[in-house]
Design a protein around this ligand. Structure first.
Ligand code: ZN
Ligand code: MN
Length: 502
């Protein structure tokens, strides 16, 4: 591609994230907020239907979630905040305006540190404010070609938190990392479910390019309609290339809103500047200004959980885990909590903490993660309890289970919720450590495999391994391997002596 800018182009991306907040009721009324599980248009009232004369009341929990988010993102929390009306006509907006925040957001001037390419990049957070979600439209095309739209007002008035970043991101990969880091923080704070698929975590991106080295902000396009991290990455990659090609051909980027079309892998123009909204913001007259007093803010700060990046560093330092593993364990708060609870749950035959930590981490990131994935479950939804995994690790440590048998026991515990010790005992999975029983199997293996024995006696030491394998087969894998190796070597040694070859 011929570049009109000799040094090439630099990508400039800023992100706006909308996160639905986890509250029991909606933002300005007492309707239930879990609209997804309610029949269409059942979780509604005059306030969220936008009836004239109805009055909004602010949801305290939503304000607290936004303050917590602001604090976690190193923002300044406003002492005084207010709500404003953002006016635009669209059928999903019941009142004809959205109650949002214009010039006095709850939180502003923060930053979020992302880790990328082995380094750390601080990304500015312009503001975090509170608003309400809109109703949901479903566009229908009947087989006879008739077109119409259905409206479900359940989502109208659900608390929505908007987080706006500075245009500090320089690549689609950085944008994706910012989003995953941000979502992990919000989920750790337990303020949102953070599901992009369900629309509780949505992202719009402002994208522009400029000659490398320039500090100017050029005309940008806003990209919408991305409903997964992968879509964001693909849409931004496409949009950046589109702008580069356009400018290289002597064209100009125009200010517009573009929608990502997943099936075609392209962004298409939806609305140009001439059709941009004039929102005519003005203060919401039905809601008084809100004072966020210092004791309240400090109370929320004191209750903040340990955030993922810090917890990862602590896991690595305290438990001697590789940073990458610690990062995976702490990506979700529930997984990190499960790990620490399992580690704290002491059984008999405990290994040193570092060794137990490594073993628990390996099981969690390996077999448990696989089982969760197959069952499409989260760790908190599964029947496996921290003390169960702790037990499993102890059973291996004490030699009661081989790691192969432990996999089977884990799967059973995962499916039934029974403790591994009981499964091992009741279902006969525990290793046979009774050397009389194992000795009998060794004798059997030796008498059935004359050739291997002969090979061994002629100096082929690998033949002993074969015999160990045969014993494991005879005992259906339940013999303690250490005991088997010991006995096979002893019986072969006795034969060797007998043959006078020692
Ligand atoms: Zn309502
Ligand atoms: Mn918004």
């Amino acid at each position: 591609m011929a570049l009109s800018s000799p040094g090439g182009f630099e990508t400039v991306i800023g992100l706006e994230v909308h996160a639905q907040l986890k509250t029991r009721s909606k933002m300005f009324c007492s309707c239930r907020a879990d609209y997804q599980s309610a029949p269409p248009n059942s979780a509604v009232c005059p306030v969220c239907l936008g009836m004239p004369g109805s009055l909004p009341v602010v949801n305290r929990k939503a304000v607290e979630h936004t303050i917590a988010t602001g604090l976690a993102l190193n923002c300044r929390i406003a002492h005084l905040t207010k709500f404003d009306r953002k006016n635009y006509p669209y059928p999903d907006l019941m009142k004809g305006y959205q109650i949002s925040q214009y010039d006095m957001p709850i939180a502003s001037d923060g930053s979020l540190e992302i880790e990328i390419d082995g380094g750390k990049l601080p990304v500015g957070v312009t503001r975090v404010h509170l608003e309400e979600d809109v109703a949901k439209l479903q566009h229908v095309r009947e087989p006879d070609g008739e077109l119409y739209s259905l409206v479900d007002v359940n989502r109208s008035g659900v608390p929505l938190m908007e987080i706006v970043s500075c245009p500090d991101l320089r690549s689609p990969e950085q944008a994706r990392r910012y989003l995953t880091t941000l979502r992990a923080i919000l989920q750790c704070l337990d303020v949102t479910t953070g599901s992009m698929e369900e629309g509780s975590f949505r992202c719009d991106a402002n994208v522009s390019i400029r000659p490398a080295g320039s500090q100017d902000l050029m005309t940008r396009a806003e990209v919408k309609n991305m409903n997964s991290f992968r879509s964001v990455f693909n849409a931004l990659t496409y949009e950046v290339e589109r702008q580069k090609a356009l400018v290289s051909d002597g064209g100009r980027v125009v200010q517009e809103t573009r929608g990502w079309v997943e099936e075609r892998g392209v962004t298409v123009s939806q609305r140009t500047k001439e059709h941009a909204h004039d929102y005519r913001y003005f203060p919401e007259p039905d809601i008084p200004e809100l004072v966020l007093n210092a004791p309240w803010v400090e109370e929320i700060r004191a209750a903040l959980p340990e955030l993922p990046a810090r917890r990862r560093d602590r896991f690595a330092a305290q438990y001697g885990l590789p940073v990458a593993d610690a990062g995976l364990l702490t990506a979700r708060k529930a997984t990190a909590d499960f790990f620490e609870e399992a580690l704290a749950s002491k059984g008999a035959g405990d290994a040193p903490t570092d060794r137990r930590a490594k073993a628990l981490s390996n099981w969690l990131l390996g077999d448990v993660a696989r089982l969760l994935n197959v069952g499409r479950l989260t760790i908190e939804e599964s029947k496996l309890k921290p003390r169960h995994l702790s037990e499993l690790v102890d059973l291996i440590e004490s030699g009661t289970l081989s790691s192969t048998l432990a996999k089977t026991v884990l799967q059973n515990s995962f499916e039934t919720g029974r403790p591994p010790s009981r499964i091992a005992q009741d279902d006969g999975w525990a290793l046979i450590t009774d050397s009389n029983l194992v000795e009998e199997s060794v004798r059997q293996a030796i008498s059935q495999n004359a050739k291997a024995v002969d090979d061994y006696l002629r100096g082929k030491e690998t033949a002993a391994k074969f015999l160990v394998g045969q014993v494991m087969r005879i005992t259906k894998g339940k013999a303690n391997p250490a005991v088997v190796i010991d006995l096979v070597e002893r019986q072969l040694g006795a034969l060797q002596k007998h043959n006078g070859r020692v």
